[in-house]
Design a protein around this ligand. Structure first.
Ligand code: DHB
Ligand code: MG
Length: 225
């Protein structure tokens, strides 16, 4: 955590990020409204934004909005990036929309209500019928049991040469802990994803382990061929 604080003090100068205040507001307002404190940490949010900038992605899909913290980070990549983000809980969505409005991003971040396994198939249909543009970046960070479902839906509506990120694939090492493998549906969901991705010729993937204020965890990064 001290390392995160040191890095943020030097690499996240408020004066260099016009959304700094909005991101801080999002954290404090989300906490005040009772949301769980499980959003990505600032360095992870910024890394997603830099990847979006680097790849020139403009149409981002997110599964798991929570308070909108990561969506707002991703929207900082450029003024013409749009985010479509899916949230299962109506009260949580309302908090996210408050945070997104406070950031002045209501025109670029759209929060869709419903379980990912219901909303994503509709998005797939819209992309297939041409009423919605295909996505060119995705961040999956919702219930881990459905990680593979979300990944497979995403694969049906993302352009070649895009990146798919999945959060929490290490979980303090639980991903290889025999008890968690036997008993934790989240870990089982993550392992189903990892093992399917490894056999999936449509993508090439790697996991980056992370450590810091949000404990020890990791991101899966899959490049769609
Ligand atoms: C949890 C979920 C997350 O997406 C995360 O980053 C950390 C924790 C959770 O459900 O506990
Ligand atoms: Mg997460």
């Amino acid at each position: 955590t001290a390392v995160d604080e040191y890095m943020e003090a030097h690499l996240h100068a408020p004066s260099r990020n016009k959304y700094h205040e909005a991101l801080e507001f999002t954290r404090s307002n989300s906490s005040a409204k009772g949301l769980k404190d499980i959003a990505v940490f600032a360095g992870q949010g910024k890394m997603l934004a830099l990847q979006i900038k680097l790849t020139g992605a403009k149409n981002v899909l997110e599964v798991g909005t929570l308070g909108g913290y990561s969506a707002i980070w991703m929207a900082t990549a450029s003024d013409d990036v749009k985010i479509t983000t899916v949230e299962v809980n109506a009260e949580t969505k309302a908090v996210a929309e408050e945070n997104i409005a406070h950031a002045g991003l209501s025109d670029r971040i759209s929060v869709l209500l419903g379980p990912g396994v219901e909303v994503l198939p509709k998005l797939v249909e819209e992309v297939k019928s041409g009423t919605r543009q295909p996505f060119d970046f995705a961040f999956i960070d919702a219930d881990k049991q459905n990680n593979l479902n979300y990944f497979n839906y995403t694969m049906q509506m993302i352009k070649p040469n895009s990146l798919i990120y999945v959060d929490n694939v290490v979980r303090r090492g639980q991903v290889v802990d025999p008890v968690a493998i036997r008993e934790d549906p989240n870990i089982q969901g993550t392992r189903r994803l990892i093992e399917a991705v490894g056999k999936d010729d449509r993508v090439d993937a790697v996991v980056i382990q992370t450590v810091g204020g949000k404990n020890y965890d990791g991101f899966l990064q899959a490049l769609v061929k």
